[in-house]
Design a protein around this ligand. Structure first.
Ligand code: DGJ
Length: 481
């Protein structure tokens, strides 16, 4: 771990040295003025210059501290990185058990309530801890807490509306040097299609937001919209559209979106594909299919350094994941697929790469309820993949065992900060899905893994993946320069 932040600060230090040198030279300048002239006139000019310089220095030393500080180069230092890796504890207590009538107790003895029950219970006294109200919203228009992430708080866009980009992912568009965040636009009523069905919101479409700084997000609108009337269309509002992700294809110059397409009972289990000429859409829906002939539910796509892209999806009733390359135009899969993490029952895959190794975060399968994340690693994207354990650090035991009450959706690399990523997750609110929250946290790759691995023969091939809990955090100053 220290190696990664050490190298980042080493890389950035020369810049700060350069600024200091320039400042020194600037102050040297007046002392060299006309020194060789030797005349009385030059002497008086020199004396005046010294007095003027003295007065300037006096004035400068009386400037308010804030202004003085602003002359300091504000580059990331190893301290800023250490802040990200601080282990922050949480101390939430179970509320006392609620009073029940003796008759109710006799009829149905109550099993012990868990934190997950409290989390899912709309009337719980802990509700405001997990779902703080509008008063604490992250608001780019207020700017008083600029660039701070507060996992779980409502996050407003530049129009002042809660961001609707659930189960989402981020594309960095090289052409416009802008980040685009795509996700499920769930701003409708939550209901159950039938008694046993999971909570749902009708498809509205895929929301898209743009940002230069990963904190201030402008709503670009719904870039792929539901079909209101055509009942046999995949995007008919009564169906399911989840986890949209977008990649740019250099060869075709198209933005390609992949998503999970399903029916109300999640028995269709398809992937859908849409394309656009612009990152901000509109996207044209192409089709859906069972990739490689298999069922496909939670999914993601990943573009490798060589431009080859891959589809990764939960399959065989979520019992394993499948991975296979996309065609060159990214609008279909090739006829190549490998099963991975067989029998491990993982979903919500979020894949990333560091120093030639592939890493992935997944969740368990428990509907909208949170569960423990796992980190996995592999030398080849096609596997075999190894499970390294729970990447969550800090909070408390229940925070770590519930991925901080959230579920993985994407891991975003931070250019210029090798080894550092943003872990993006959803804190689902099944009672009101539109009010689901975002949990963004720093993810670091480094240090030894926690447990012996299957294939390492005592020489671990990969490093630990760590996701650090923070109530409030921000990226280092000028992280993107
Ligand atoms: C868990 C998945 O990860 C979500 O995307 C969603 O499909 C829910 N299950 C539905 O219960």
């Amino acid at each position: 771990m220290s190696a990664s932040y050490g190298s980042a600060s080493a890389r950035l230090m020369p810049g700060s040295e350069q600024i200091k040198v320039e400042m020194r030279n600037k102050y040297k300048k007046p002392t060299t003025l006309h020194c060789g002239a030797g005349s009385g006139y030059s002497l008086s000019v020199a004396a005046c210059s010294v007095i003027a310089l003295f007065l300037l220095l006096q004035l400068y030393s009386h400037l308010p501290q804030k202004d003085a500080l602003s002359l300091e180069p504000r580059l990331p230092t190893s301290n800023h990185f250490r802040e990200l890796e601080e282990v922050e504890e949480e101390n939430i207590q179970m509320p006392p058990p609620r009073k029940r009538s003796p008759r109710a107790v006799k009829r149905k003895p109550k099993r012990p309530t868990t934190f997950i029950d409290e989390f899912l219970d709309e009337t719980s006294q802990l509700r405001r801890i997990f779902f703080p109200d509008m008063k604490t919203a992250i608001d780019p228009n207020k700017g008083n807490d600029s660039f701070y992430y507060y996992p779980g708080r409502i996050w407003l866009d530049t129009d002042g509306n809660p961001i609707q980009a659930h189960g989402g992912g981020i594309l960095f568009d090289e052409k416009s040097r802008t980040y685009y965040w795509y996700g499920e636009y769930k701003d409708g009523p939550t209901y159950h299609a039938h008694k046993k069905a999971a909570a749902r919101v009708d498809i509205i479409g895929v929301g898209c937001y743009s940002s230069k700084d990963l904190w201030t997000w402008k709503n670009e609108g719904i870039v792929l919209a539901a079909e209101e009337n055509d009942e046999i269309h995949d995007l008919h509002k009564a169906n399911v559209l989840e986890r949209p992700k977008v990649l740019y294809n250099e060869k075709t110059r198209k933005y390609v979106m992949w998503m999970h397409i399903d029916n109300v009972n999640y028995t269709k289990a398809h992937v859908g594909v849409a394309i656009s000429d612009s990152p901000a859409g509109p996207f044209k829906y192409l089709y859906s299919k069972s990739p490689h002939g298999f069922d496909s539910r939670d999914m993601t796509i990943f573009k490798d350094d060589d431009g080859v892209a891959y589809l990764i999806y939960s399959s065989i009733d979520n019992s394993e994941l499948h991975v296979g390359p996309l065609t060159e135009d990214y609008i279909d899969v090739k006829n190549v697929v490998r099963p991975i993490l067989i029998g491990q029952h993982r979903e919500a895959p979020a894949l990333f790469k560091h120093q030639g190794t592939y890493y992935m975060i997944t969740s368990g399968c428990s509907g909208w309820a949170p569960n423990a994340a796992m980190a996995h690693a592999s030398e080849s994207i096609m596997g075999p993949w190894e499970t390294m354990g729970n990447p969550c650090i800090g909070g408390n035991k229940i925070f770590r065992e519930t991925t901080f009450f959230s579920q993985s959706t994407f891991v975003l690399p931070l250019p210029g900060l090798p080894g550092y990523f943003i872990f993006m997750a959803d804190r689902w609110n099944p009672a009101d899905l539109r009010d689901s929250r975002y949990v963004w946290l720093p993810l670091m790759v480094g240090g030894p893994v926690d447990r012996p691995l299957d294939y390492d023969f005592g020489f671990p091939l990969w490093s630990r993946v760590s996701i650090y809990w923070h109530k409030k955090w921000r990226l280092p100053y000028r992280w993107n320069e």
